[in-house]
Write a protein that binds this ligand. Structure first.
Ligand SMILES: [Zn+2]
Length: 467
């Protein structure tokens, strides 16, 4: 049928099923603008990027026209009335204003607002603006995986006033707050243009659903690559997809701390996604559904496991108690030991899977032993621990607790290395003198740990790491 874009028909459009967006005039409004230094400039840049991508995606659906209220983000900021005038004078069928929210950096939900006649009252365009707002909020929420879908809200109920960019429209319109531009993780994601385009795709889906037009046959696949070693999104990871059907098959995660990757225009089917770091390669499979934003997250080791820090090596009741500050991403710790501080063997070690253990018969008895530790996981082993600690593995009449209080290194400090064996050297002397000893870090030691010891040997030096 020939579609006639009158106001009355526009409101009824959802009951028709269209082949595409033929005959429709859609007005997109990128919120804010006016160039660097103007208020909400960061948000304005994002809004423009999403609007331009949405325009391009809508144009592929054969509309009569897609009108942007403002085309140049550097131009003098258009007033709200000027934006409405563009939509009204072009006889747009629908007006959609693109924004991103802010709230003290603590929220990241999705919301769409429509004009309401009064608080608690009816929408200005019932069954149209509020219907689209419900759809677009849900689609953006699904695409960006924000924390929740607040859905469609009337402006009088939500804000207590009518939105100036909606209240003089002569067609239904809404305003989406896709996500929060002041939420720390979202600040980083919103700087990724592929992420902006994903939001645009979700707005396209909302228009297609609202007008009962079919979605694209192809789908989008995106996800987050997380560094197993740090549990944080991983930068600079090469992600490949196979098969690729002629589209770009490689996406390298950005440098903003997002780990975000995205492939679009994928025919439905099964795909293999491979993420590659200098330490690890991980392949996963994902079935891509057409007309959807499909998600698949990947975890891989993207950096070496961090070096652990010894907290104490204590001999007590025929056992050596080992305590290490746990290292993220470590699956175990390797305790290298020697009875002679001068000689360490790569093959003389005990592996433990917990950062706090009680070991019996793991070390030679009645011996002065020294221990330093490395963390490991499936892809590698860390550097050595900060310091070397030790104990005497037997009962002696006199027992000393050595407290390691030497932390300073580099700068103007007296010790330039970031590891030392000063506590162990004290232990060597006590052991040779026939005295039992254990070692503990000064950050950990408390008075309750002193019982059973004959005395304390507190190793000082440059404790402060600042001048
Ligand atoms: Zn805004």
């Amino acid at each position: 049928m020939q579609f006639i874009p009158t106001l009355a028909l526009a409101i009824l459009i959802p009951v028709f099923s269209l082949a595409d967006l033929s005959g429709l005039r859609i007005c997109l409004d990128p919120g804010h603008g006016g160039g660097p230094g103007t208020g909400k400039w960061f948000e304005a840049v994002i809004n423009f990027q999403v609007a331009l991508d949405t325009e391009e995606l809508l144009d592929a659906q054969n509309p009569d026209s897609v009108i942007l209220t403002v085309r140049d983000s550097m131009a003098t900021q258009a007033t709200l009335s000027q934006r409405e005038f563009v939509a009204n004078s072009n006889n747009a069928d629908f007006f959609h204003s693109i924004h991103h929210n802010a709230f003290a950096g603590t929220s990241n939900y999705t919301l769409a607002l429509y004009e309401q006649l009064s608080a608690g009252g009816q929408p200005q365009w019932p069954g149209a603006a509020n219907t689209f707002a419900t759809i677009v909020s849900h689609e953006i929420y699904l695409a960006l995986r924000t924390t929740s879908d607040y859905g469609a809200r009337g402006d009088m109920d939500f804000l207590g006033f009518n939105l100036g960019v909606l209240n003089d429209l002569t067609m239904p319109g809404d305003l989406s707050e896709g996500s929060f531009w002041d939420y720390p993780a979202e600040i980083r994601r919103l700087q990724n243009k592929a992420y902006n385009r994903t939001e645009a795709e979700s707005i396209l889906f909302a228009f297609l659903d609202y007008y009962n037009a079919p979605r694209p046959a192809t789908g989008t696949l995106n996800g987050i690559v997380t560094n197993l070693t740090t549990s944080q999104p991983a930068n600079g990871i090469q992600v490949t997809i196979s098969p690729n059907f002629g589209v770009d098959s490689v996406y390298t995660t950005d440098a903003f701390g997002n780990g975000y990757f995205c492939f679009d225009q994928l025919p439905p089917g099964n795909y293999t996604i491979t993420a590659i770091s200098a330490f690890d390669t991980v392949s996963v499979t994902k079935s891509v559904v057409g007309g959807m934003i499909n998600h698949k997250d990947i975890s891989l080791a993207a950096s070496a496991v961090g070096a652990p820090t010894l907290r104490w090596i204590v001999y007590q009741n025929n056992a050596v108690l080992v305590n290490i500050a746990p290292v993220t991403g470590a699956t175990g710790y390797r305790l290298f030991y020697t009875d002679n501080l001068a000689n360490w063997s790569d093959s003389q070690f005990v592996d433990i899977t917990s950062a706090s253990v009680s070991l019996t018969n793991s070390f030679p008895a009645d011996t002065t032993i020294f221990i330093k530790v490395r963390a490991f996981n499936s892809v590698g082993i860390s550097e050595f621990s900060s310091d070397t600690y030790g104990c005497f593995t037997g009962d002696r009449d006199q027992r000393i607790l050595i407290v390691d209080g030497f932390d300073r290194f580099g700068g103007s400090g007296s010790w330039s290395e970031n590891t030392h064996d000063f506590a162990a050297r004290h232990g060597r002397a006590w052991g040779a003198a026939g005295v039992g000893f254990s070692t503990i870090a000064n950050e950990i030691v408390g008075s309750s740990m002193l019982s059973g010891f004959w005395g304390v040997d507190w190793v000082l030096g440059d404790e402060s790491t600042q001048d």
